[in-house]
Design a binder for this molecule. Structure first.
Ligand code: ADP
Ligand code: MG
Length: 245
């Protein structure tokens, strides 16, 4: 494990009311590492990654992202959100803005980039996700796969150090899954740190340095993909893999 993790979680606990969604999470992610998180529905995967950019607040333990501790201090939260991009299952694009406007909003208003520069960067990322021709359309005019690629491009326009993906392909029709996974795979080559909740085990094998299995709010098992898929150690992991593979 790297001596200089970009994400460090120590004994993190998270409750919704009296329900404990995360239990004693210890996780260190190295710079440039690509981690896939899997596990049954309700096991805490979304809660885990949402705690990393403070979309959810943890009540126990410590979370440090790129040297900044997540506390109630708004300055820290803002600083971390600038470094951490997020891609959601349901894209979360602004429906009343064009694709290009979706991509330039953050850079112009948050990063204070001049509009022309923000647009040039946006077009570069639209080319990277292979839909530069859709720049002037509205999200509702695009397929789900295209919308998700816009969401990835939008995230990249903010120059994040880390991207969190929360089941980015699970709302897509099957024929669109591959185009999104292909974009995520090319992203992996850029050295950006990726934490990805997904059940796409082909992607995990090909791209992940490490696969984490969660159940009932805990990290039950983690290993390099070869090891994880060929020698799952826990019964719960075996059961899960037998259901999805
Ligand atoms: P996963 O992403 O693995 O399906 P989640 O992290 O979404 O799981 O949820 C973990 C548990 O926390 C589930 O039991 C879920 O019902 C509960 N939970 C998640 N979000 C909330 C919330 N906002 N309020 C109450 N309970 C929640
Ligand atoms: Mg989830």
């Amino acid at each position: 494990m790297s001596p200089d993790p970009i994400i460090e979680m120590q004994d993190v606990g998270k409750w919704f009311g009296s329900y404990q969604a995360l239990r004693g999470i210890d996780l260190r992610v190295a710079r440039g590492e690509r981690v896939v998180v899997c596990g049954p529905s309700g096991s805490g995967k979304s809660t885990l990654i949402r705690c990393i950019n403070r979309l959810e607040e943890h009540q126990q333990g410590r979370i440090v992202v790129d040297g900044i501790e997540l506390t109630a201090d708004l300055k820290n939260i803002e600083a971390i959100r600038r470094e951490v991009g997020m891609v959601f299952q349901h894209f979360n694009l602004f429906p009343h803005l064009t694709v290009l406007e979706n991509l330039t909003l953050g850079p112009i208003w948050v990063l204070k980039q001049p509009p022309a520069e923000a647009q040039a960067t946006a077009m570069r990322f639209l080319e990277r996700v292979r839909i530069p021709d859709q720049a002037h359309k509205y999200p509702g005019q695009l397929s789900g796969g295209q919308q998700q690629r816009v969401a990835i491009a939008r995230s990249l326009c903010m120059s994040p150090k880390i991207i969190l993906f929360d089941e980015p392909t699970s709302a897509l029709d099957p024929e669109m899954v591959k185009e999104v996974l292909d974009v995520m795979t090319t992203l992996a080559d850029t050295g950006i740190t990726m934490l990805c909740v997904t059940h796409e085990m082909g992607f995990a094998r090909q791209v992940a340095n490490r696969v984490i299995f969660m159940d009932q709010g805990q990290i039950v098992e983690q290993a390099a993909p070869e090891e994880f898929f060929s020698h799952p150690r826990h019964e719960r992991t075996r059961l899960f893999l037998s259901q999805i593979l």
